[in-house]
Design a protein around this ligand. Structure first.
Ligand code: NAP
Length: 282
């Protein structure tokens, strides 16, 4: 029987732990503030932003909401970020992506101070991760490492295959698995014989962005499968990049969708906010 990795439960544990830490900081007179910037009112972005604000409230982090008009110029947005970079009372800055087309996302990401880059997208944060230095780590892959560790799944020495090489999931995921001493292969759309590569994996992380793409034929008996994908199926129900029903009897552990990787992303964002304390004044 496969172990179902319960991301909802693990993320709730992490949030409880963070709540205690935040309370301890408050008792020492230290407040934590996250600035959340949303440009325009894309409904999906609004849902994510609201969930982040709710998580802040639960943990005791102050959130500053910047709801900006979708026609705001790139310069005006960069000025707001600069002002937030300089504010000593702001620990973290988050710009909800995607941004409208007239704004260069890379420029915006690079404008955020690496000391406040709680999303872990700044090139300095990415560079620090690749050379094993301290820095913020992209929340979804960081959450996956927590899921594995808190489920007592060893990474060291394991064959780890990551399918997908995006900057926010696949690449940082590969770096983190490497940091944990996994033997890491990254597969992508140009990989020859994906099935053969995926089947080598003791730990298979799937971040393809295609509903139910990975079925039992891609999975080794007894593998651990982490499904990063989130989609709505034909019945408007959530599903992942993995065909859960097809693989569940073949694997030793698996994350469901919903309730697997998804809840961990916000928990790790909150964790990054808490660990940002002190960085600004250093
Ligand atoms: P992305 O930027 O679209 O990247 C997808 C990756 O999959 C690319 O590297 C692409 O290869 C690769 N790929 C596409 N088709 C493939 C194929 N047939 N065979 C092998 N590789 C293939 O996606 P992402 O941002 O990493 O997100 C992936 C999924 O995770 C999406 O469903 C997204 O919604 C979800 N997601 C969930 C969370 C969460 O909190 N749970 C967070 C972020 C993302 P190329 O590079 O060669 O094009």
């Amino acid at each position: 029987m496969a172990k179902i990795i319960d991301g909802k439960k693990i993320s709730a544990e992490i949030k409880e732990e963070l709540k205690v830490k935040v309370k301890e900081y408050k008792e020492k007179g230290i407040d934590i503030t996250l600035a959340v910037i949303q440009v325009g009112n894309d409904p999906a972005s609004s849902v994510y932003v609201n969930n982040k604000k709710k998580a802040c409230e639960f943990i005791g982090i102050r959130s500053l909401a910047y709801e900006l008009d979708e026609n705001i110029s790139e310069k005006e947005l960069l000025d707001i970020i600069e002002e937030l970079n300089n504010r000593e009372d702001v620990n973290g800055i988050l710009v909800q992506l995607p941004l409208p087309e007239h704004i260069n996302e890379d420029k915006v990401i690079e404008a955020i101070s690496p000391l406040k880059d709680v999303d872990g997208f700044h090139p300095m944060s990415v560079g620090a991760l690749s050379i094993g230095k301290k820095g913020f780590v992209s929340c979804t892959p960081a959450g996956i490492i927590e899921l594995l560790k808190r489920s007592d799944i060893d990474i060291a020495g394991k064959e780890c295959v990551v399918i997908g090489r995006s900057n926010i999931v696949g690449k940082p995921m590969a770096m983190l698995l490497l940091r944990e001493n996994g033997t890491v292969t990254v597969a992508h759309s140009r990989t020859k014989d994906l099935m053969e590569v995926a089947k080598r994996a003791d730990i298979l992380v799937v971040a393809i962005g295609k509903p139910k793409f990975i079925n039992a034929d891609y999975v080794k008996e007894g593998a651990v499968v982490i499904d990063v994908g989130i989609h709505r199926n034909e019945n408007n129900k959530l599903c992942g990049d993995v065909d859960y029903d097809s693989v569940v009897d073949k694997v030793s552990a698996i994350t469901p969708v919903p309730g697997g990787v998804g809840p961990m992303t916000i928990a790790m964002l909150m964790s990054n906010c808490v660990s940002s304390v002190g960085l600004v004044k250093e």
